[in-house]
Ligand binder design. Structure first.
Ligand code: BES
Ligand code: MN
Length: 465
């Protein structure tokens, strides 16, 4: 306990430098999905490695067929066989910053601003997802080492560079390095708090499947007067297919889609009902009024415990200035499915493809160009003793009970940690719903960063006991 107090004091004195280190990282546009930024991903990985080496970690940039991984190890000087060994995971890659014209400050020039209520925020792509988040445990480790000469636990840091693009290299990398990466458990810093004052541990994440489809009708674009009527328009086929994905009650109509989706257990439903959550505020904050998911399910249940079929993009025909009387040859859409429970990504993809084919008339053709793969949902048992330990450390910091919650997002690595390395993931994060991750003007509260660092200091201390 005495140690934790002195470590917290050191962290407080080093806060401004920590912010400067984070900003150096945010300045690098490490967008993993865009090959043009592969060099930036390399640079970000190198910056993290240099920093961890300077702290006394054995750290290296590990090449993969895609973006590199950062792996770093720390063994305390007086470590024994009983010293716990934990893995800490985050990702240095970020989403593209588009649409650029909607940013009030440049996405890769981190900027601190005070809002109307006096809350200090840092703006920039990756401040919340996930650079600001994973730097909380990096800074916590730095403070431990500075204050006491060592970490109180064995630690392995794994900082990925492909999380935002579906982690294509991850499974082979985990398999090839399973001995090196297997720890007692993994702590993942890539999720949210309940609200700005209340800490949370996330115990459910949804899975994810991607697909991309092209409908081809006539061989070439046609004059819509000469051919309109007899010639089938592929956009008409595509929109009809998309419209058929949901019924009136908001349920997905793909046969077999709900295989593996269980009803919410009664105690869980009760626990969620007891959380102070306002559907109205949640939707109101983004300019909406009415929940569009399955009728009869609460907003929390729709996000945390129900699967979805979403169209992420749709294009085809003429979309330039003015008008063009064209009957296009092709129409395209990108779709994703969020999965829950025991839904199988491969089966969902197959079921969708069969459904889509059945909606294409004889004269048109459909092709699928998704990358395949996908990840199933993750559920972590709430009675895991590490959850209990972390929840108490968070409570010590925030002076509020830690909420155990779900999340609608996906972090594919959590399932791979379990399936390949046999590790549970404990998801502790300090993001907020209004951080605008993946959106323009992404931000992270300075308090998220500060209390995140303090929380990890406490968690690391508690793990050593
Ligand atoms: N940090 C998010 C996941 C998340 C979002 C957790 C909101 C908690 C609240 C993560 O980086 C992310 O965005 N993941 C992608 C995964 C995908 C690209 C494979 C997602 O959920 O869309
Ligand atoms: Mn993330």
């Amino acid at each position: 306990m005495a140690d934790v107090k002195s470590v917290l004091d050191v962290a407080a004195l080093d806060f401004d430098q920590g912010l400067a280190r984070l900003f150096d990282l945010v300045r690098i546009p490490s967008i993993s999905t865009d090959p043009a930024h592969a060099g930036d991903c390399q640079e970000a990985a190198e910056l993290v490695v240099e920093d961890l080496k300077a702290m006394g970690f054995e750290a290296s940039v590990r090449p993969t067929p895609g973006r590199p991984m950062v792996v770093a190890h720390y063994t305390p000087k007086d470590a024994s066989a009983k010293t716990p060994h934990l893995l800490f995971y985050g990702h240095y890659d970020v989403q593209p910053a588009d649409p650029l014209d909607q940013w009030k400050t440049p996405p890769f020039e981190p900027t601190v601003k005070e809002d109307a209520r006096g809350v200090m925020r840092m703006y920039g792509r990756g401040t919340a997802d996930d650079k600001g988040q994973f730097m909380t445990f990096v800074e916590a480790a730095r403070a431990w080492i500075a204050a006491t000469g060592s970490l109180p636990i064995r630690a392995t840091f794994l900082i990925e560079g492909e999380e935002e693009s579906g982690s294509p290299s991850l499974i082979p990398f985990l398999k090839a390095n399973s001995e090196e990466l297997s720890c007692d458990a993994a702590f993942v810093c890539d999720t949210n708090m309940w609200d700005a004052k209340t800490p949370a541990i996330t115990t459910r994440l949804r899975g994810l499947v991607h697909e991309e489809i092209t409908i081809t009708g006539p061989r070439i674009d046609l004059h819509s007067g000469m051919y309109g009527g007899p010639a089938m328009n592929p956009i008409r086929v595509l929109t009809k297919l998309i419209a058929a994905l949901h019924d009136k009650s908001g349920r997905v109509t793909i046969p077999g889609f709900y295989d593996g989706v269980a009803d919410l257990p009664k105690p869980t439903r009760k626990q969620w009902q007891s959380l102070k959550f306002s559907d109205k505020k949640f939707l109101g904050d983004v300019g909406l009024k009415a929940a569009a998911g399955e009728k009869g399910k609460s907003v929390l249940e729709q996000i945390w415990a129900r699967p979805t079929a979403e169209v992420n993009g749709i294009w085809g025909g003429y979309t330039g200035a003015g008008t063009k009387t064209v009957l296009p040859s092709t129409a395209h859409a990108k779709l994703t499915f969020r999965l829950v429970g025991k839904q199988n990504p491969k089966k969902v993809l197959k079921a969708f493809q069969a459904f889509a084919k059945a909606h294409v008339p004889a004269d048109c053709k459909i092709t699928f160009s998704g990358r395949g793969g996908g990840s199933p949902a993750t559920e972590i048992r709430e009675d895991n003793p590490l959850i209990t330990k972390a929840a108490k450390a968070l409570k010590d910091e925030f002076r509020r009970d830690t909420v155990l919650m779900g999340s609608g997002g996906s972090i594919p690595i959590c399932r791979s940690f379990k399936d390949i390395l046999g590790m549970d993931s404990i998801l502790v994060g300090f993001g907020l719903n209004d951080d605008a991750i993946h959106s323009p003007n992404e931000k992270y509260d300075l308090e998220s960063f500060r209390r995140g660092i303090r929380s990890w200091i406490r968690i690391m201390g508690a793990l050593a006991e």
